[in-house]
Structure formats: structure tokens, C-alpha cells
Design a protein around this ligand. Structure first.
Ligand SMILES: [Fe+2]
Ligand SMILES: [Fe+2]
Length: 191
């Protein structure tokens, strides 16, 4: 990898982390600990930047780094864990010759929990937050991404399956659920 590529991809990481050095270092360590090589990590951040820029530029995404999630993290950091994990699963499927819509994976991962922002003032309790935040996340995604695909919308709305009874109706939805559950387990284990 030449110097220009490295610098350009580090720009993508910084952009995704909103310039927060502590978040960047923890995310790189998270990828290392999962055995993901730096090339894949840089590729994933580049995809997140390419397909998710309108979300990364939003106020609510910036705000997501200020709300605690899973005891020791922020919603923003969990969001990037899920995006990196979902992209890792997607690259593996692509290597096996399967088609994966990387744009939908990035958009649904970045938006799936944005509806949690402000949970303590807008939801009565954790139970209400659990079943209503996907609906709020979808409304936010529709505003941030005017040409949101049906598949990405479905993935966001149904990402709490099986806690909520509606299963995803798309490959994007299945990948998002796997990534979200796996990241949540790892995050709770590491707290
Ligand atoms: Fe969620
Ligand atoms: Fe999540």
C-alpha cells in the first residue's frame, strides 16, 4: 500500500470518528482484537465514507458520540462497530461469489440506532425504547438519505428481530442483525 493510499484512508477513519482520536484508537484496537487485518479495516472505513457521507455529516450522527450505550461505549462507537462487522461479513460473502449491496449495508448500519439518541427524554422506559427506536431510526434515515432503498429501510426497521417478532425481508437485514447481535455481545463481554 503506498503512502497516498494510507493517508487518504486515515482521512476516512478520522472523518467517521468525527476527529475523535480516542474513538479512532479504540476502533483500530477492536478490529485488531477480532483479527481483522489493517487492509480490510481501511477498505471498510473507505466504504463507510463513500456510501455514508450524508449520515456522517449530520448533527444526529455527531451527537451519537455523546450518548452512552452498552455501559461503557457511545451509540456512535457501537454504530461503527456494527458497520465494520457487517462489512466484514459482506466482504466474505463477496469472496464466495455472492452479491452484496455495500451501500445498503453501510446506510442501514449507520442509521440503525440513531433513533436511540435522546432515549431518556423521548421514551418512557427501556422496554418502550426497545420496540420504538427502530421506527425512530427509520424516520431519521428517511430524512438523511432521500433515496433510501426499500431493503435498507426494512433492515433498519426490523433490526431488533428476534426480540421483536418481524424477521428481516432482505439479505441486508440478515447481515445487520448478525452484526448488531455479535457486536452487542462482544461489547457487553468487554465492559
Ligand atoms: Fe437497535
Ligand atoms: Fe445496535
Amino acid at each position: 500500500m503506498n503512502k497516498t493510499t494510507t493517508i487518504s484512508n486515515e482521512f476516512h477513519i478520522d472523518y467517521c470518528c468525527k476527529g475523535r482520536e480516542d474513538v479512532k484508537l479504540r476502533l483500530l484496537a477492536w478490529q485488531d482484537k477480532r483479527g481483522i487485518d489493517r487492509g480490510e479495516t481501511l477498505r471498510a472505513f473507505s466504504d463507510i465514507f463513500t456510501y455514508g457521507k450524508e449520515i456522517l455529516d449530520s448533527n444526529i450522527y455527531a451527537l451519537s458520540f455523546t450518548q452512552v450505550h452498552h455501559y461503557h461505549l457511545s451509540v456512535g462507537e457501537h454504530t461503527l462497530h456494527v458497520a465494520l462487522y457487517a462489512l466484514g461479513l459482506s466482504y466474505k460473502l463477496q469472496e464466495k461469489g455472492k452479491e452484496v449491496n455495500i451501500r445498503d449495508i453501510v446506510i442501514s448500519s449507520l442509521c440503525h440506532d440513531l433513533g436511540i439518541i435522546g432515549r431518556h427524554t423521548k421514551f418512557k422506559n427501556d422496554f418502550v425504547c426497545c420496540y420504538l427506536h427502530p421506527v425512530h431510526s427509520l424516520k431519521i434515515a428517511e430524512k438523511l438519505v432521500p433515496d433510501l432503498s426499500k431493503e435498507a429501510a426494512d433492515a433498519i426497521q426490523r433490526h431488533m428481530f428476534p426480540l421483536l417478532p418481524l424477521p428481516p425481508a432482505s439479505q441486508t437485514g440478515s447481515i445487520l442483525i448478525k452484526a448488531d447481535k455479535a457486536c452487542t455481545l462482544l461489547e457487553l463481554k468487554n465492559r
